[in-house]
Design a binder for this molecule. Structure first.
Ligand SMILES: C[S@@+](CC[C@H](N)C(=O)[O-])C[C@H]1O[C@@H](n2cnc3c(N)ncnc32)[C@H](O)[C@@H]1O
Length: 233
């Protein structure tokens, strides 16, 4: 990877501790697009969403762990009036997503960061600034001793709620039954949130929902995904 030191210091996350891979191969073409687009739509570490040129009337929806960006692109196309804040710690994922957003003609609707979602929410997003948060197929960390690495934790749930406007949503998906239950149990017991399906329940898969890479992987392995939808009251 030949991203310059200055570029990496501004846009790439190196020093913050996270669980999961951060770096990997980025092609020359992807690198060129990153260098072109991140200075325009990237969210540098020392800036907040208030500095991100977001049109005043736009809804702001964050996707945490967008992987290769398929869902981000599809959501941007379906909601031209939304600004999508894409948060993904894996640089090759960021690179793929930037390419896909550009090819789909929706890149100016996106604000992209490689920083960990916990940092972005705590330091770069204001209280009640978001209209929605999407988390699709987060890492399951199946061993009990690694459960503390899962992205949905009690503190994270409270942080997410604090960043949502009243009426804002949290949507989650998982193809791992035990993780879906984990997320549901935490969010069902988070003050200020209402489970749209009713406590302990999941919503139906939306007909127009695209299949993300990890949902497809689950299907190939014979697993059925579960979907959760919460609203801040
Ligand atoms: C299992 S993948 C799912 C990708 C995609 N959402 C999908 O459904 O195909 C989980 C993603 O979350 C990202 N991730 C893990 N921890 C994160 C964090 N703290 N902040 C942002 N992204 C994170 C990983 O790098 C990975 O790309």
């Amino acid at each position: 990877m030949r991203l310059s030191k200055e570029f990496r210091e501004q846009f790439a996350q190196q020093e913050m501790r996270t669980h999961g891979r951060k770096n990997g191969f980025v092609t020359d073409g992807q690198e060129k697009r990153l260098l072109h687009w991140l200075p325009k739509i990237g969210l540098p570490k020392d800036k907040t969403l208030n500095d991100a040129n977001i049109p005043e009337k736009s809804s702001i929806v964050m996707e945490i762990g967008f992987g290769n960006g398929d869902f981000l692109v599809d959501t941007a196309k379906k909601h031209p009036d939304w600004i999508l804040v894409g948060v993904e710690i894996y640089l090759p994922g960021v690179a793929k997503a930037v390419g896909r957003l550009e090819d789909a003609g929706v890149i100016e609707q996106a604000r992209i960061t490689q920083l960990p979602a916990q940092y972005v929410l705590e330091h770069q997003v204001q209280v009640e600034q978001l209209d929605g948060i999407i988390v699709n197929h987060p890492d399951p960390w199946p061993k009990a001793k690694h459960h503390k690495r899962r992205i949905i934790q009690k503190d994270m749930a409270n942080l997410m709620v604090s960043r949502l406007q009243v009426g804002g949503f949290i949507q989650l998906a998982s193809d791992i039954a035990e993780l879906a239950e984990w997320m549901r149990d935490i969010l069902d017991n988070t003050q200020g949130l209402r489970n749209v399906a009713g406590k302990g329940a999941y919503i139906e898969r939306a007909d127009d929902r695209i299949f993300t890479k990890f949902e497809q992987r689950g299907i190939h392995a014979g697993r059925t995904s579960q979907f959760l939808h919460y609203v801040k009251e």
